[in-house]
Design a protein around this ligand. Sequence first.
Ligand code: IVH
Length: 671
Amino acid sequence: MSFEEVKSKINELSEQLHHYNYMYYVKSESLVSDYEFDMLLKELEALEAQFPELVDINSPSKRVGGAVVKNFETVAHRFPMLSLSNSYSKEEIVEWEERIKKTIEQDIEYVCELKYDGVAIGIRYVNGVFHSAVTRGDGNQGELVSSNVKTINSVPLKLKDTVSDDFEIRGEIFLPLQEFERLNEERAAADLALYANPRNTASGTLKLQDSGLVSKRNLDCYLYGMYEERSSYHSHYDAVIAAGNMGFKVPLPEERKIEKVQDVAGILSFIDYWDEARKQLPFEIDGIVIKVNAYTQQEELGYTAKSPRWAIAYKFKAERVETKIESVSYQVGRTGAVTPVANLRPVYLGGTTVKRASLHNAEQIEKLDLHENDLVYVEKGGEIIPKIVGVNVSKRTTPARRVVFISSCPACSKGLTKAEGEAQHYCTHAAICPPQVKGKIEHFISRKAMDIDGLGAETIDTLVEEGLIKDIGDLYALRFEQLIDLERMAEKSVNNLLQGIEASKQRPFEKVLFGMGIRYVGETVSKKLAKAFKRIDNILEASYESLVETDEIGEKIAESIRLFLDDEQNIVLIDKLRDAGLCFEREEQVLSSSILEGQTIVISGTFARVSRAEMKKLIEENGGKNASSISKKTNLLVSGENMGPSKLKKATDLNIEIVNEEEFLKRIQYD
Ligand code: IVH
């Protein structure tokens, strides 16, 4: 094939695949078998592999993911992403409609829609092709998650038709119930903790760094709003229908997922219909959204600081079921906190089967006046974990015994303590209590702390149970001969593990501090401590007062740090880690120059000669400060390839100096 022929073949295959994909994922119509589809995709991939210069970033082959992003870039929204004001009763809807009528003294049409329970996304299309996708974030700026959103099959990469050459469309990404259940079945089989609900799983999935993993989760997306500098439509409804014609998955009037109504009676009938019909939907909704249809009327009504006055959400009442408490068990966390958990007769609630519910603490058990075998009401609202909201006392079997909070640790049998004014009971025998020992090690090796590869919860269990480790310090004394005899440990995994442990010695002081698991000392506090005190010896000597004087460290944290360091066992542990070669002082940065001193710099896009991470490092090494978004405080914007247009616009608006990579590198005398 000649180059031209390959080019046109790639085009033809892409068009075909885009179309089959659209028909299947948006229109639910299968035009070809999975096999035929895969064959065409393989053909396209083969040609693309041979001719990388012909690969379009929006090729159907990009859906399978692959791009791995270390950190998502923060991008400012061109139109703020607001939220909706919520209402929980029909009276509130009636009142809202009356308020609307008072402002708009003409006929008003409303659009009723489903309130999808997922995560909001804004997707921008430029010249009819996918450009970028940004999460809601704080409403003003969100994270750029394009490569993950591209894996969603119902999100078009190329539009069938478009009236605007640059627009944003917003919608909700969600995890279909079937996918959620499939995922949890897989996790149960692997003895992993189950995901709590589809919404949080969708949100977590969207933030995965590996888009290949995202593509396997089969997220879906309904679009519900068009955003343009100047609208191409007169009403919200027309815009949604037009979006459908462009190839987006939008709610269909024939399925009653969107409906135009003329009055409050129409709104209420839509609510009643879906309060029942939602149980049959293959995804979760948590309410109904009502919007004033005409854009001119929307403008007239305007916005409050947080939400539009022209729209309101009606939230369904949390579903509530009754079930029996079969027993109460107690879990011990890594900090020693003891949490009571109710084991329930399994009950179906809002799309999932509930078997357990947290009872939080002794006070909660008392408040509920919980008795053994009680029938309890379980609710699942927006919360992650189902909640026990009450007891059906009329069904209590007499004589029933009260549930009494345990007095000794369920894991190590030692006594529990509860501090004045605190609700939680603790087991303070951290050194011997197995879940605490294991939990502390798990925390230490976790990605945000020491990031030790090749070591998972199961291996830790084995190592602790075999007596090979008792604390995090023992990890550094592990030897090949000890590990190779363990079950499920092949030579390769042993080497991986030992390498992971060795590599962790390079982790900076702040990560070591965080990894030690001092109560209330999270990532940020660890950084502040490392920065302020520079070395562990200084922290060891620091008084409570000097700790409190440190940025971000309050009385509670200072007390907890002192308590930890005043414990002789922890000093022994620190010495053990120090002897193993861990980093207990902050590496002072050697500045190459102070050319950028006092300057706050934002980088955007990708660079040809250095990576983004290197660019940031260069900025710091030359005395500058990195910032992720442009504000009045920004002094300089370093622009790279594919720089975000919103950054450019903001920088120009604020009159901020913009330099390209070459100019910048010259300025810092980088060669
Ligand atoms: S319209 C100005 N329509 O609910 C508000 N939002 O609190 C524009 N949501 O974060 C939102 N379904 O993610 C709109 N049919 C729908 C929706 C919907 C779900 C979410 C959205 C937003 C939240 C509002």
